[in-house]
Design a protein around this ligand. Structure first.
Ligand code: C5P
Length: 218
């Protein structure tokens, strides 16, 4: 195919962590850097797609040709994804917080009565929502970070969340914040080991694979 194989396609990408406020100055979060999701957004844009990147709080420059929507919480990320539909492609890379707290309206104080109780509520699963959506994108891709039984867990996740593909990472190998990773692409046909590779290369390979999918090339 030509240099812009995804021209005319709209891709929705989520990236980064979410921050769930506890009070006006504190939050529950995680160490996701957003690098992998931003690299995927860049690669899809380079392949000609119109890209909407819904980004949690990260310190990264917006890739060329990408429309970025900044959000803080999981519920804001979900609303931004919903508003971005319809899309042909969804690649959900964000490390969404599984739980949120009920945020106190004023800063919690050490008043001698001990630590405040944190009552947590489960956040919506954005990928599962998109995977089972009435306006489901034609191709839905999720990520899975696992520390054991990588293929079994990621394959189960693919079915449960209604994803076509899962990019599965063994995070016991120390990929957080790193520029390198080791992934398996899990499709209906089974797992493909992509070997140890830079995150940048995963982004380019995935974009190429997505382009081939729409092209009809096996
Ligand atoms: O269940 P787990 O967090 O391992 O699933 C990871 C995949 O699901 C990633 O693609 C992530 O972006 C997505 N996810 C989501 N919303 C959540 C939790 C995970 O979109 N609340």
């Amino acid at each position: 195919f030509g240099p812009k194989p995804l021209a005319g396609r709209h891709a929705l990408v989520t990236a980064g962590p979410t921050h769930e406020p506890i009070d006006p100055v504190r939050f529950i979060g995680n160490h996701s850097s957003g690098k992998q999701g931003f690299a995927i957004a860049a690669a899809l844009a380079a392949a000609g797609a119109r890209v909407t990147l819904v980004a949690g709080p990260v310190h990264l420059a917006t890739p060329a040709g990408v429309t970025r929507i900044d959000v803080m919480t999981a519920r804001q990320m979900q609303a931004a994804c919903e508003a971005a539909l319809p899309a042909d492609i969804a690649v959900m890379v964000a490390a969404v917080a599984d739980w949120r707290a009920e945020a106190a309206p004023a800063k919690l104080k050490k008043d001698g009565s001990g630590p405040p109780p944190l009552s947590l509520t489960e956040n919506p699963d954005i990928l599962a929502g998109i995977g089972h959506h009435a306006r489901r994108p034609a191709l839905v891709v999720g990520f899975a970070a696992e520390t054991g039984d990588l293929i079994a867990h990621a394959s189960a996740k693919r079915l449960k969340k209604g994803a076509d593909w899962i990019v599965a990472n063994d995070v016991s190998e120390g990929v957080f914040g790193s520029d390198h990773t080791h992934v398996q692409l899990i499709t209906a046909a089974g797992p493909e080991d992509w070997g140890p590779t830079p995150k940048q290369a995963v982004a380019e390979r995935l974009a190429g694979r997505i382009a081939r999918h729409f092209d009809g090339t096996p």
